[in-house]
Ligand binder design. Structure first.
Ligand code: ZN
Ligand code: MN
Length: 497
């Protein structure tokens, strides 16, 4: 293919869809995901791990001789990282290694000050395992995990005005690389897996999507088109869970276009550019062996004994799948509801707290309303700054009949927006309580007085005039009153006078 026809092929991607009837298409995708762990210190030195800091620190301020790769310095392994890696391994049904070590992956690149990255190659910290997702046919599907290993993050390159700066703050952040088998049949399945993975990592407390910690994936995609197999393409540098589906969808259509033009996708490495929404060819792929891995003599062999693994296994929190199943059993929830309520562990905890004070029905309803409100603000519950007891207080008040649905939802919304408890919101916005019937009667009396012609109409037999009066009371109470009750009081008032 000449270079001009190649450009043309790529420009036409958007006009093709992968759904022609007489085409037989198979997609196979595997993922290698790098997760920045939220430990206090870096992987091999005592420098602060910058990912959990509120603000990004000034460049090259969280560095020392070790993470700068100075000659003669020696790395010391952060034990917490090994613990977290084993937690993740057990949560993903993988087998932790009994004995493992670190290797040097040798390559030259300006972000790699030692000219090698300390990683695990020959024996990863864990291998095997699986994650269950909802497959494209809506049935449960197990995605097999091939390996999980620990490695250090390289420095960050900052490209600016035609030159490049290096920020070593990132050098030495602990990474967990999680590699799957090529088990995904579509970009959607890859996204479902990453969402599930993030959920599990957040349950374990080793990763937090509300911090600066990132999750980045490289994907390999191979396709078969009407019996013709294309070669495997690597797609690098895909950030987050949403971007994965977009990047992979682009790549699937790009390869499909090659097939449709009578070609076969060739083996190459491409980089995903999320700003432009296209992938670009980088190079023909090098093999792993070409990195010249060698044992790192600066770090001791790690022996992991059964007790250590057993202790970590015994302390694992309840994971999303188990919690979902328990919620269905214990609270009689439908699977989809249980899934929503367990998506975020803090939300799940809140829901259970609510269930101890109010009915399950009200707990479900108001947890879902809270989630909708948080979602509107693109916020996680733990970012909202609302203690559980504020929610308990509000839903209890609702259940006791203090506030209508409309007002309860409004108080909840203001609670999220202003980070204030119910009592402050109610006081500030003067929300009337349904409990305060005396107050309600007073309002109704005022409405009756102020709307003589509607009252006359009603008395003259035009009963529908009462609807107008109910509406006026609802307006006065800003939706705070129970319309049924208002109608009752109005009727008795109009009929006796
Ligand atoms: Zn350091
Ligand atoms: Mn890696």
């Amino acid at each position: 293919m000449s270079s001009s026809s190649r450009v043309e092929a790529e420009e036409n991607i958007a006009t093709h869809t992968p759904s022609n009837k007489n085409e037989n298409i198979t997609v196979r995708i595997g993922l290698e995901t790098h997760v920045q762990l939220i430990t206090r210190s870096k992987l091999f030195c005592s420098c602060k791990n910058p990912v959990t800091l509120k603000e990004e620190p000034a460049p090259n301020t969280l560095v020392c001789d070790v993470c700068l790769g100075m000659p003669g310095t020696k790395p010391v392994l952060n034990k917490r990282v090994v613990e977290q890696a084993i937690m993740v391994a057990l949560a993903l049904n993988a087998d932790p290694a009994k004995r493992t070590f670190f290797s040097r992956k040798t390559y030259f690149y300006p972000d790699m000050n030692k000219n090698y990255q300390i990683t695990q190659y020959e024996i990863p910290i864990a291998s095997g395992g699986w994650v269950e997702i909802e497959g494209d046919d809506s049935s449960k599907k197990k995605i097999r995990i091939r390996r999980i290993h620990i490695e250090e993050d390289p420095a960050k390159l900052v490209h600016r005005d035609g030159y490049t700066l290096v920020d070593y703050n990132r050098a030495g952040i602990p990474l967990l690389e999680i590699v799957t088998e090529p088990d995904f049949s579509s970009p959607r399945e890859a996204r479902a897996y990453l969402q599930k993975l993030v959920q599990i990592l957040e349950y374990l407390g080793v990763y937090d999507s509300t911090t600066q910690a990132t999750i980045k994936s490289d994907a390999n995609i191979s396709m078969e088109y009407n019996g013709i197999a294309g070669e495997r393409v690597e797609l690098k540098n895909i950030t987050g869970t949403r971007e994965i589906e977009r990047a992979l969808s682009y790549e699937v259509i790009r390869q499909l276009n090659v097939f449709r033009r009578g070609g076969v996708p060739s083996r190459e490495t491409r980089a995903w550019d999320e700003n432009v929404g296209v992938s670009k060819s980088l190079r023909m792929k090098e093999e792993e062996e070409e990195y010249g891995y060698i044992f790192d003599p600066d770090l001791p062999v790690i022996e992991i004994d059964e007790n250590f693994i057993g202790k970590i296994g015994g302390n694992l929190p309840e994971l999303p799948d188990e919690k979902r199943r328990r919620f269905m059993q214990q609270y009689g929830l439908k699977e989809k509801t249980a899934e929503s309520l367990t998506a975020d562990v803090e939300i799940a905890d809140l829901f259970e707290k609510l269930c101890r004070s109010v009915s399950v029905k009200n707990a479900v309803t108001w947890t879902l309303v809270l989630m909708k409100t948080l979602n509107y603000h693109s916020m996680k519950y733990r970012e909202a700054g609302i203690p559980d007891n504020w929610m308990v207080e509000l839903v209890k008040a609702y259940e006791d009949g203090c506030y209508s649905d409309v007002v309860t939802e409004e108080i909840l919304r203001k609670m999220v927006e202003e980070k204030q408890p119910m009592s402050v919101i109610v006081e500030k916005y003067k929300y009337p309580s349904l409990k305060d019937v005396g107050n309600l009667e007073e309002i109704i009396r005022k409405v009756v007085k102020g709307n003589r012609s509607a009252v006359e109409d009603y008395k003259a037999g035009r009963k529908e005039a009462i609807n107008f009066l109910v509406g006026q009371v609802m307006k006065e109470t800003r939706g705070g009153a129970d319309p049924k009750k208002v109608r009752e009081i109005l009727e008795s008032m109009l009929n006796e006078s």
